[in-house]
Design a binder for this molecule. Structure first.
Ligand SMILES: [Zn+2]
Length: 347
């Protein structure tokens, strides 16, 4: 059949029907080769075009191109149809179980053990009517020592025990949180029932039990008619709530410059109930905190009539309580920043 007699409309019709009936990607490829491949009729006609007369050539060339474009469109439509069908099949077979747990892409943050124990202790004293106060970490010698009945020749003032700054003379890193008590007495007057928690600094060598800084928690109560039994009841209530009811405590006489009388408080080891274990070093008792009635000299220095008012104070190391509560043997673990260690406290 010569080029001019060829029935291009018939070829388009055949291609349209064939591509419309297509069922899978394999058939599609076969039809593409048949209608558009190198040996297809349309390619054959393109080759024959060179033999056509100069007069017929533009007209026939246009017909061939149009035919090829039409068939190409049928192919693209069929391809699109097959691909949509495959995608739908895939979506229908893939089931999404929305009850499955999600992928944990981000690790959950948690509070540091020191923050946890501090929050627990603050909560207990809040219920007992103590207000939380804060104070500066850089202090004057007056608030850190003098106002707390620690005279100028006291060894605690020595540079071997205390970090002095070069900001100005008599300016130091506080060695205790007690300066907050003096500032509170001056600022708020009486009666006063406060607590404070914060970092303190001492010129110590680092080992498993000591660091050059640690966190202290303190309470101070100054009211009329305060005596030692109020102090003992407060501490007993606190330790019962922290370690469990009926925690037995004992008070041993001790010395602190700003309290008189002073005592060291031991609690029966809550882990072995006094039988002896590794936490309490087989003693059955744990040394927990220092306390006492506020020395009248301290009250007088703050402008308080010590005949009219009396008070009690107690202080403890928060690292020690965190170590006891979480069974830690090395204080340095608290500051190593090791996420494997810290993630254990994800509560
Ligand atoms: Zn024990």
């Amino acid at each position: 059949m010569s080029l001019s007699n060829f029935d291009f409309a018939d070829l388009i019709k055949k291609a349209e029907i064939s591509f419309a009936e297509i069922k899978d990607i394999h058939e599609l490829e076969q039809l593409r080769i048949k209608f558009l491949g190198d040996k297809s009729e349309i390619k054959q006609k393109q080759k024959e075009l060179s033999g056509a007369s100069a007069e017929d050539k533009p007209k026939l060339g246009k017909i061939i191109n149009n035919t090829k474009n039409e068939i190409d469109n049928f192919f693209k439509e069929a391809k699109n149809k097959i691909e949509t069908k495959l995608l739908n099949q895939k979506l229908n077979t893939e089931k999404i179980d929305i009850s499955l747990p999600g992928i944990n892409a981000f690790p959950k943050a948690n509070l540091h053990p020191l923050s946890l124990i501090t929050a627990d202790i603050i909560e207990i004293f809040k219920r007992l009517g103590f207000s939380l106060l804060d104070g500066p970490e850089i202090e004057t010698e007056y608030y850190n020592f003098t106002a707390l009945n620690t005279p100028e020749n006291h060894p605690a003032r020595d540079e071997q025990d205390t970090f002095y700054t070069n900001i100005a003379p008599h300016i130091l890193l506080r060695s205790q949180t007690s300066p907050i008590q003096i500032r509170a007495l001056e600022k708020y007057g009486l009666p006063l029932r406060i607590m404070s928690a914060g970092r303190v600094f001492r010129n110590e060598e680092t080992n498993a039990r000591k660091l050059p800084f640690f966190h202290q928690f303190e309470i101070l109560c100054v009211e009329k008619n305060i005596n030692f039994s109020h102090l003992k009841w407060t501490l007993q209530t606190f330790l019962n709530q922290l370690f469990g009811q009926n925690t037995e405590i004992r008070l041993r006489p001790d010395f602190f410059p700003f309290t008189e009388p002073s005592a060291e408080v031991d609690a029966q080891c809550p882990f072995c109930k006094g039988k002896g274990c590794s936490t309490c070093g087989n003693r059955g008792w744990l040394e927990l905190l220092g306390c006492g009635l506020v020395d009248p000299n301290v009250l007088e220095m703050a402008g308080i009539n010590s005949k009219e008012y009396s008070g009690f104070a107690a202080g403890l190391g928060l690292e020690r309580f965190a170590m006891l509560k979480y069974g830690l043997s090395d204080i340095r673990e608290l500051y190593a920043g090791d996420l494997r260690f810290l993630s254990q406290f994800n509560i």
